[in-house]
Design a protein around this ligand. Structure first.
Ligand code: BGC
Length: 371
């Protein structure tokens, strides 16, 4: 190597490090600068689901020219609004936001819209505002329907106790999941396959297949977990303490997601009067995959976050390129029809866990024991 060449090589290495350092100094930022400026706001780091999304965003963005920043709202709508303002001050052109509370997020996105920013509601719909341009989501009705159908397909005889649990009433998805499940479960309650164990409001509505939002609210109000595993655990304990002997034995449990499913399963699993239980979930969280392998959780609904991230970022890039993103339908958010891109979901249980989650490289076999 000549001296001059060595000098140039050294300069290049220094420049490379300078670029890397600049990229890393911006907290939560991926990419090494460039024309795209996208702000991403996620609900909380306390649930593995959203840490999964963060990781998938980072994976999708590594090595691209897109300049993005991911902020977490830690379960607080005030923090969420502050995050949006921070990103607006940084000049973002597109905001990808998963609201902590669908209604409360309206004020934050209205501010973004005023700044000319394109707003993409991510996974959860922001409600009762027209300041949302697009919605990228999984088919949440199908998630609930798959959970309900799994309980039906794995029921034993008739008159089996059915325990219902739901997500947070501040999350529009909680209604979609519940509605999807109820529509398939209700005929099986009406024909005596299942008897409701823990909700007097659901019991009152047991002959109504198509529930209004208010009717769903009355049930969710009783059986909400608020998406909090601890709250789910406390509720399950209370329900089992109150349950008469004929509400025990072989039972089925509608649990809305993996985090709550594991804690409800722990409670039911340690009650000696529960002979067997079938319990649902969703998100394919790593801990729940281990529970499924161990026979402690029956199923999960796999929502491939890689697809959601790809769709959301694809949309953002199209907007930045001045194009109109492709959508597949729309969702009414109480104020407007929001153009939406929707992704299918996959039911996973012990039978297909390896095929769907390991062979698809979502997880590594070494992440689990007893596979
Ligand atoms: C998401 C689920 C998640 C739940 C709790 C829902 O809006 O769609 O995947 O488990 O929120 O965070």
């Amino acid at each position: 190597m000549t001296k001059r060449f060595k000098g140039i090589a050294l300069l290049l290495v220094v420049m490379m490090f300078a670029t890397l350092a600049a990229a890393c100094s911006n907290n939560g930022t991926s990419g090494s600068g460039g024309s795209v400026s996208v702000g991403i706001v996620l609900p909380t780091k306390d649930e593995p689901r959203w840490v999964q999304d963060e990781q998938r965003f980072k994976d999708a963005l590594s090595g691209t020219k897109y300049n993005t920043e991911i902020l977490f709202s830690q379960g607080s709508s005030a923090k969420e609004k502050e995050n949006v303002e921070t990103l607006l001050n940084k000049g973002i052109k597109v905001l990808i936001i998963c609201p902590q509370d669908g209604d409360a997020a309206a004020a934050a996105v209205e501010e973004a819209k005023k700044d000319g920013v394109t707003v993409i509601s991510y996974d959860r719909l922001i409600t009762n505002t027209d300041a949302v341009d697009y919605y990228v989501t999984f088919d949440s009705l199908a998630v609930g329907a798959a959970q309900g159908q799994y309980l039906i397909d794995h029921s034993k005889g008739s008159g089996q106790p059915l325990y219902l649990y739901a997500g947070a009433a501040t999350d529009n998805n909680a209604f979609l999941f519940f509605q999807g499940a109820w529509e398939v479960l209700q005929p099986k309650i009406a024909d005596g396959t299942f008897k409701i164990a823990n909700s007097s409001e659901a019991e009152k509505l047991k002959d109504t297949k198509d529930l209004t939002r208010d009717q769903m609210s009355s049930i969710i109000g009783q059986v909400t977990t608020n998406w909090d595993p601890n709250e789910a655990k406390n509720k399950a304990q209370t329900h089992l303490t109150a349950a008469a002997a004929d509400m025990k034995g072989d039972v089925v449990i509608l649990a809305p997601n993996d985090g709550t499913s594991r804690s409800i399963a722990d409670v039911f699993g340690s009650d000696s009067a529960i002979t067997s239980y079938v319990i649902t979930g969703q998100d394919a969280e790593q801990a729940s995959i281990q529970y499924i392998i161990d026979g402690k959780q029956s199923m999960t609904v796999f929502k491939d976050v890689r697809t959601l991230v790809k769709d959301a970022m694809g949309m953002a890039v199209e907007v930045l390129d001045g194009k109109t993103p492709e959508t597949t339908g729309s969702y009414n958010n109480g104020s407007a029809d929001i153009k939406a891109k929707q992704t299918d979901v996959i039911v996973v249980d012990k039978e297909n866990v390896k095929k769907e989650l390991i062979d698809s490289e979502y997880y590594k076999a070494s992440d689990f024991t007893g596979l």
